[in-house]
Design a protein around this ligand. Structure first.
Ligand code: BGC
Ligand code: CA
Length: 249
């Protein structure tokens, strides 16, 4: 009985297995094998495409990097050439500067020698004939009895490489006044009223040279200065007046 039961159950088992196998076949048939094949093929294709893509990207980047590298190299060599040129230029400028400094020193020495020579020769040179020496300068006093206006007196001096006298010390004042009763000096305010200037453009510094109450621009017509022997001081008078004069150089 048991054997029968057992063989029956085996039959049932086999039937069940067959049924399941038949059921599986009916569910997937040959399809499972086909799907696996397609998936594998697709994956291989994708992998291949991915590989090509990666290779393409790598190749493109390598090319770009190579291009950049060559640009950099060109730039570096151009900058290096510029730097070398500038270095040469700087060296040349340094040489020029040294040479110019030497030349300048030679010129300065030559000039100084010339100045010294001229100073010496000037010292040795006596004043022109008819001129008087006082404290290393030359003075001309107009001929006795000859008078001129301030402007005409100045012209006379200038034609002889001099100008009307400029008095800066009391000693010089005493020296100038001794020749004539009244003498024109190189002082005027013709440019600007009450702005007294010497013929070399310098200002009259010392107001103590004026007579008391002068300059008074009497009748609004006094723009040139004279010095008188009696007062030993300056006075402003009309420039057209005619006096003796003193030149200096
Ligand atoms: C005045 C001077 C003036 C002169 C002109 C004198 O009486 O005191 O200031 O320059 O006359 O001649
Ligand atoms: Ca006056």
């Amino acid at each position: 009985m048991s054997v029968t039961f057992s063989s029956k159950s085996r039959v049932v088992q086999e039937a069940t297995v067959n049924l399941m196998a038949s059921d599986n076949r009916s569910k997937y048939g040959w399809r499972p094998q086909l799907s696996v094949w397609w998936i594998g093929a697709a994956a291989a294709c994708l992998g291949f495409l991915l590989l090509i893509l990666i290779l393409g990207v790598v190749a493109h980047n390598s090319k770009a990097i190579g291009h950049q590298d060559s640009k950099c190299e060109n730039r570096i060599s151009s900058l290096t050439a510029d730097r070398d040129a500038l270095r040469d230029e700087r060296y040349q400028l340094k040489l020029d500067s040294i040479n110019l400094t030497k030349e300048m020193e030679v010129l300065r020495d030559t000039l100084q020698e010339e100045v010294n020579r001229l100073n010496l020769s000037k010292k040795d040179e006596p004043c022109q004939e008819g001129w008087k020496t006082f404290n290393g300068k030359c003075y001309y006093f107009s001929t006795s009895g000859v008078t001129r206006s301030w402007e005409s007196s100045r012209k006379y001096c200038k034609e002889r490489g001099a100008d009307l006298v400029i008095i800066t010390t009391k000693e010089e004042l005493n020296f100038v006044v001794q020749s004539y009763r009244v003498t024109w000096i190189g002082l005027s305010d013709r440019e600007q009223e009450n702005s007294w200037k010497w013929v070399d453009g310098s200002d009259l510094i010392d107001d103590g040279f004026w007579q008391v109450g002068e300059p008074n621009n009497h009748q609004n017509d006094e723009h040139c200065a004279e010095v008188s022997r009696s007062a030993k001081r300056f006075n402003d008078v009309p420039c057209e007046r005619k006096f003796s004069w003193a030149c200096e150089n």
